[in-house]
Design a protein around this ligand. Structure first.
Ligand code: PLP
Length: 487
């Protein structure tokens, strides 16, 4: 018989691999240690853009060369959210523990779908810790997901499937009338997508106006539900915001919970980042009603500073969660013994069968730092937001655009003689990014373009916000002077 030379993908020279992989870790530690000296962001060079369009490699290349290419073409052109002066959108920073946890998880490389193994138990423990954090009952259930978008989608799917189980077999057409969903106009756009994907349709998504604090108008909500019932629709779900994406405002969660109960509707809370300050005594009361929600979505990768991606949703009634997606294929049946002996099947609590070991980095960070550390850091970010607000109000050329409820500050450069403040502030944001100084993002409040700072960054210091204010004014003045000369 012909001798077959079999191969695998492990290193051919382990010593060489050891050396190089240690070098990679050393480089990354050094990179994070010196981050503050780097620009927050820089655009990918044209050379790197060209490099990243090369065709599929056919023959092998040494790992050392591939690593050099990574260092040259990828690493310098990252999003920047690890930097101390990144405050765009709501993006977390990650930790060095997360870096090594990803390496450990990736070494084990389990698919955390089902079965009798420790990684499944780790995720279970993390979900139980989340239940503890938000004081959800013992019988609550949950799952880690990629992000808030999936967590919100799955939460609503559980609500829909458990309230209208016939939808699972007969589809939405089996319902006697369309379902309607209610949330404020400030609700994150991922919920529009969820509503589309669940077959509810955006025409049945009632966006309720907000008051001056960007909180849902409860009287309008009540009126809309009543009206929809009269018209024969089926009011299905109220979504409360624990921290809206634009301003961080928190809806009156307790009142929404009572309305949902009275109307026998599903009550979901999107607490992507704003649920987290519930761990602080002075935010506990306004976020307490989270424990009464039927479902909650919150991100570990935002205000728990865990490396991407790590999100979680919790379902108050664990049985409803299990029933919402329950489906057992004959090749996935539980056994009495062996790998299939476990009774925890994460794949039955969501839509993914193949799932990575994202719970390890959450588990390691929470164990290492303990909830006390998060209390201090979340408090630090909240204080930094107030500090920035004070800096802004002291400057006559800057204007605070919304009350600072949590960690989000919206402001703009607003010289009295500027008649196009929207364009001017957009230019300021782009310059702050392009010059690598800072990375705030932006939002429109009542049609006005605002520079928006969302602080979920454990590396920021007060001095970073001083720099932001100083540079906003400097760039704003330069741009106003330039447009005056052109005019
Ligand atoms: C309030 C809110 N909900 C949902 C999301 C979506 O979460 P993710 O980006 O993790 O998908 C975000 C993102 O910033 C958010 O701020």
């Amino acid at each position: 018989m012909e001798r077959v030379v079999e191969e695998n993908l492990d290193p051919k020279d382990w010593r060489e691999f050891e050396k190089l992989s240690h070098q990679m870790l050393d480089d990354m530690v050094q990179y994070i240690k010196t981050l503050r000296d780097q620009p927050v962001w820089k655009p990918p060079s044209s050379d790197s853009k060209r490099f990243l369009t090369e065709a599929l490699p056919t023959s092998p290349a040494p790992l050392e060369q591939v690593y050099q290419e990574f260092k040259e073409h990828i690493l310098p052109f990252t999003n920047g959210n690890i930097h101390p002066r990144f405050w765009g959108w709501v993006q977390g920073t990650g930790t060095m523990t997360g870096v090594v946890a990803e390496m450990l998880a990736s070494t084990m490389n389990p698919s955390t779908s089902f079965g009798n193994h420790a990684d499944i138990l780790v995720e279970r423990q993390v979900v139980n810790w989340a239940k503890e954090i938000f004081e959800m009952p013992q019988e609550a259930s949950g799952l880690l997901t990629t992000g808030g978008s999936t967590a919100n989608l799955l939460s609503l799917a559980v609500g829909r499937n458990s309230m209208f189980p016939e939808v699972r077999t007969k589809g939405m057409k089996s319902l006697p009338a369309p379902l309607t969903v209610y949330a404020s106009t400030e609700t994150h756009s991922c919920l529009d997508k969820s509503i589309e994907m669940l077959g509810i349709g955006r025409d049945y998504y009632r966006k309720i106006p907000v008051d001056d604090n960007y909180q849902i108008r409860v009287d309008d909500l009540n009126r809309q539900i009543e009206n929809d019932r009269k018209l024969g629709f089926i009011p299905f779900c109220i979504i409360g915001n624990a921290g809206t994406v634009s301003t961080g405002s928190i809806d009156n969660l307790m009142e929404l919970s009572l309305i949902a109960k009275r109307e026998r509707m599903w009550y979901h809370i999107d607490g992507a980042f704003g649920a987290v300050p519930r761990i602080l005594p002075d935010h506990y009361n306004e976020l307490k009603a989270i424990e009464y929600a039927d479902s909650l979505a919150f991100d570990f990768h935002k205000w728990f500073y865990i490396n991407y991606d790590a999100c979680c949703f919790l379902i108050r009634d664990g049985n409803r969660h299990k029933e919402a997606f329950a489906y057992t294929a004959n090749y996935l049946l539980s056994h009495d013994k062996g790998i299939m002996a476990g009774d925890i099947n994460p794949h039955q609590l969501g839509i993914e069968l193949s799932r990575g070991f994202r719970s390890l980095k959450v588990w390691m960070n929470l164990k290492q730092y303990g909830i006390e550390t998060y209390r201090r850091l979340v408090r630090q970010n909240l204080d930094q937001a107030q500090f920035l607000g004070d800096l802004i109000t002291r400057e006559s050329e800057l204007q605070l655009m919304a009350p600072i409820k949590l960690n989000i500050v919206c402001y703009r450069f607003n010289p009295k003689d500027s008649n196009d403040a929207n364009e001017l502030n957009k230019q300021i944001v782009m310059r702050l990014h392009e010059d690598g100084i800072a990375a705030p993002s932006f939002t429109l409040l009542k049609g006005q373009y605002c520079i928006r700072v969302a602080i979920t960054n454990h590396r920021s210091t007060r001095q970073d916000f001083v720099e932001l204010v100083k540079n906003t004014i400097r760039i704003g003045r330069e741009l106003t002077k330039r447009s005056a000369i052109i005019a």
